[in-house]
Design a protein around this ligand. Structure first.
Ligand code: NDP
Length: 404
């Protein structure tokens, strides 16, 4: 049915490539391209050995629009799946517009020089995408991605009005290192060091990084320190969920992770502006990234589970209602299947499902879209089939899993 070009052969790219290979009826032809060809070749060989499927590989610099256009002309994909870095979103979207090919990503655009992410520039491409008759699906990972679909599902089946949303992201995995990040260290540390932000009564409220903490009792995991961060799905959900009064995002961090990060911050190792060392310009965060374990290498040694979900509270038939929808993913199970831990797995599987929705025309409309704008049901069915089953917990309206 479809031909895809996957760009980015990191942790997430590996999962997307494996999962597309496992769905041959939808993904008949797969090309994996990235900056470093050997990483694509390694994944190609894994897929051949494990699933006996052939995929093509290519080298591309996704910062270069002309290189992208040439590759798209060569491969002639129906869809480009962008799982490189958020810095490449706009160049890849531009190449898709030039070649009139559909586009999907998992993270919103961020400029390398400023740790600020927002949808403005990608939403501005809605009209140009419509004019060319192509579709762009933004944020088809887990958060953003599945969390948006969970909210759309809650809206469709459980509520007339959703007033409060808390998105809760817990990684209780242990990789055995004193300090490592589970996905791209540069993107991860930029996110964690940014100011926190949440939306209440029509206004964004800014906090210092890690200023607000609570302890949340995660199903099948237990109580964990959870910190309020700003996360990109808040921006689109505020726009698309009518009647919302508040939305917040929480992520778990261990004391040890935060202590290491504080020290690295204090000595300047997380700075993103270039400094001069022995006549060479270097960005300290790039040096740190080079020193830390490659997230792709954590898969084999990470044990434990993740639990990511949303708690929605609002009104149904005049009565207050609260539900918790979540997925639990086991690091070792994910590794057994596709040689990746859950952070990559929970992103790569929804990227493949989003692509499947588009290629099968279950979700298809020219323009640039966020996940909550489509019917959640076929996506939710695929989550159960493709390795990310979900649970719905009906809570009493005044019940909380917050631990005093
Ligand atoms: P990695 O750093 O592991 O992989 C990124 C890949 O992109 C690498 O193979 C890298 O190549 C390649 N790349 C980087 N720059 C270029 C370029 N200019 N041209 C071509 N290829 C390039 O990151 P992850 O796999 O962990 O993350 C991938 C994406 O997924 C990111 O955008 C991240 O923000 C997003 N994400 C989304 C989540 C969600 O839930 N929505 C959660 C986690 C991640 P090289 O190997 O040569 O450096």
């Amino acid at each position: 049915m479809g031909k895809v070009l996957i760009i980015g052969a990191g942790g997430v790219g590996r999962v997307v490539a494996h999962k597309c290979a496992l769905n041959p009826d939808t993904f008949q032809h797969i090309t994996l391209a990235s900056r470093t060809l050997s990483k694509c070749e390694e994944i190609r060989n894994e897929i051949k050995d494990k699933w006996n499927r052939e995929i093509d590989v290519a080298r591309v610099d996704a910062d270069n629009v002309n290189e992208l256009i040439d590759l798209i002309h060569l491969v002639k994909p129906d869809l480009v799946i962008n799982v490189a870095l958020p810095y490449q979103d706009l160049t890849i979207m531009e190449a898709c517009m030039e070649t009139k090919v559909d586009y999907l990503d998992t993270a919103n655009y961020e400029h390398p020089d400023t740790a600020k992410f927002e949808y403005k520039q990608q939403w501005a491409l809605d009209e140009p995408f419509k004019e060319r008759g192509i579709m762009g699906l933004l944020g088809s990972g887990f958060d953003p991605g599945v969390t948006n679909v969970f909210v759309a599902y809650a809206q469709k089946h459980y509520f007339d009005i959703i007033e409060y949303i808390d998105i809760l992201d817990c990684n209780a995995g242990d990789h055995g290192y004193p300090f490592a990040t589970n996905f791209n260290p540069e993107i991860n540390i930029r996110e964690v060091n940014s100011k926190g932000r949440y939306w209440e009564n029509g206004k964004w409220i800014e906090t210092e990084p890690m200023e607000i903490k609570m302890v949340w009792n995660y199903p099948e995991i237990g109580p964990k320190d959870s910190y309020l961060l700003y996360h990109e799905e808040e921006e689109s959900l505020v726009k698309h969920i009518k009647g919302l009064k508040r939305i917040r995002f929480w992520m778990t961090f261990s004391e040890s992770y935060l202590t290491h990060l504080r020290v690295l911050d204090n000595v300047g190792m997380t700075r993103i502006d270039p400094i001069e060392v022995d006549g060479c310009k270097v960005v300290p965060l790039h040096v740190l990234k080079a020193l830390l374990p490659d997230p792709a290498s954590l898969g084999a040694r990470t044990k434990g589970k993740t639990n990511i979900g949303v708690v929605c509270e609002g009104i149904k038939d005049g009565k207050r209602r609260k539900i918790y929808i979540y997925n639990i993913c086991d690091h070792q199970e994910a590794y057994k299947e596709v040689y990746s831990q859950c952070v990559s797995y929970t992103t790569g599987v929804p990227a493949m499902i989003g692509a499947k929705m588009m290629l099968e025309r279950k979700w298809y409309q020219p323009g640039v879209w966020n996940m909550e704008q489509f019917d959640p049901d076929p996506f939710m069915e695929e989550l159960n089939r493709q390795g990310l089953p979900w649970h719905v917990l009906e809570m009493e309206p005044n019940e909380t899993r917050e631990v005093e």
